[in-house]
Structures are given as C-alpha cells and as structure tokens.
Design a protein around this ligand. Structure first.
Ligand code: PRP
Length: 171
C-alpha cells in the first residue's frame, strides 16, 4: 500500500473544515448525517471540533457491495432515526466518486423539507464523476485510484487504517 494522505494531514484538514463549518452555522442547531459506513471516523473527528448545538443521525446506502466499482444502483439499507423537517442538515461523506450516492441522497432528503441541506466530504475523485454534484465543504481532491483507510474499505477490510492509502492490485 502507498500512503496518499497521512494521519496528521487528515487531522489538520478535519480541524480546518470544522472551523469553517462552525463559522458558517454560528449558534444554529445542526444535524450531522453520517452516511454509513465510510463516514464513521470522519464524522466522529469532525463532530469533536464542533460546538454543543450538534446532533448526529445516520443513513446507510450501498452501491459498491464488495466490488471496486459502483453498481449504479443506490440502496437505502438504514434510514434516519429522526425527522429532519425544518432542521439544518449537513451530510457527511467520506468520498464522492461517481456522485451517484450523493445525488440520490440529496433528492431523497430534500423531500423531507430540511431548513438547509449541505454536504461535507473528506475526499473527492473528480476524474470519476458521472453525475454533476455540489460539494459545499471538501477536504482533498484525489486521483482516480482505489483508496482505503479512515473509514474506506475494500470488501469491508482496511476501514480502520488511520491514514488514506492507495490499494494496489498486488495488495
Ligand atoms: C461509498 C462511499 C460513498 C459512495 C461514493 O460507499 O462511502 O458513500 O460509495 O461513491 P459514488 O459517488 O460513486 O456514489 P459504499 O456504497 O461503498 O458503502 P460504505 O460507505 O459502507 O463502504
């Protein structure tokens, strides 16, 4: 494996993103919606830097199902626990790849009438985009390589690596 983004670079970027988000939302209540499972470490680290007005909920989708490329179909495996009507919602993603998952979730969640709906993603692969998407807060743009670690998996493995690494064919 080749380390693409180190643990310390991730930590610095998460703190920087949180600072921007804190300034933008001020004292408003904010619901962080983590998209399982990939966002778990990013969401928990980000939340620790945000203020007391933050609550968390989770939704689970899957389009990769153990494969290295998207199936093109987004399944909702677990829905939110609470209503988001009238609330400020920040969707928390680990990576935007084709853009399919994000677009699907935006459409779905907009129908529930949140006060606002924005997106923060740690990573984006612009070279892999198939669906036009808007990312309000972004950590890093990365090349079109298969990456694992800090929540990202290949067949459920490697999520617990503290850094982001490129998974080579040999690995
Ligand atoms: C991954 C990732 C994003 C999505 C991005 O999730 O966490 O949610 O794919 O890809 P896209 O832009 O092409 O839609 P996955 O479906 O693999 O589930 P996981 O988070 O549980 O690994």
């Amino acid at each position: 494996m080749e380390i693409l983004i180190s643990e310390s670079d991730i930590a610095a970027k998460v703190a920087e993103l949180a600072e921007t988000i804190r300034k933008d939302y001020g004292l408003a209540d904010l619901v962080l919606v983590g998209i399982l499972k990939g966002s778990i470490f990013f969401l928990s680290d980000l939340a620790k830097h945000l203020g007391v007005n933050v609550t968390m909920d989770f939704i689970q989708t899957s389009s990769y199902a153990g494969e290295k490329s998207s199936s093109g179909v987004v399944q909702i495996r677990k829905d939110l626990d609470s209503s988001i009507e009238g609330k400020h919602v920040l969707l928390v993603e680990d990576i935007i790849d084709t853009g399919l998952t994000l677009n699907h979730l935006r459409e779905l969640l907009e129908t529930r009438k949140p006060a606002s709906l924005k997106v923060v993603s740690l990573l984006s692969k612009p070279g892999a985009r198939k669906h036009e998407t808007q990312i309000d807060y972004l950590g890093f743009e990365i090349p079109e390589k298969f990456v694992v670690g800090y929540g990202l998996d290949y067949a459920e493995r490697y999520r617990n690596l503290p850094f982001i690494a490129v998974l080579t064919d040999e690995a």
